[in-house]
Design a protein around this ligand. Structure first.
Ligand code: ZN
Length: 86
């Protein structure tokens, strides 16, 4: 099953399903971020939408790394924005 992060799951399915129940993202970036100590990161995800593979707390700020393309290289730590898919 494909996993999607907060922005991508929203883009795929909207905020709520037909019964108006909130749809939780498979990868909850903010929840993961909140579990992190400062200057640590967690990986092991792959968002099928934007390629997100890791979430970091860098000096208290949320940063993410994404798979750039098929060559398996990841991006530098970058801000988590909804502009990934544009
Ligand atoms: Zn995503």
């Amino acid at each position: 099953m494909a996993d999607f992060c907060n922005f991508c799951s929203k883009q795929m399915w909207g905020d709520k399903n037909d019964d108006l129940v909130p749809i939780p993202p498979d990868i909850n970036v903010y929840e993961e971020f909140n579990k992190l100590e400062e200057d640590t990161y967690v990986s092991g995800f792959i968002c099928e939408g934007c390629g997100l593979v890791a979430i970091a707390n860098i000096h208290g700020e949320l940063r993410v790394a994404r798979m750039k393309d098929a060559n398996q290289e990841t991006t530098q730590w970058e801000k988590y924005t909804d502009k990934f898919n544009t």
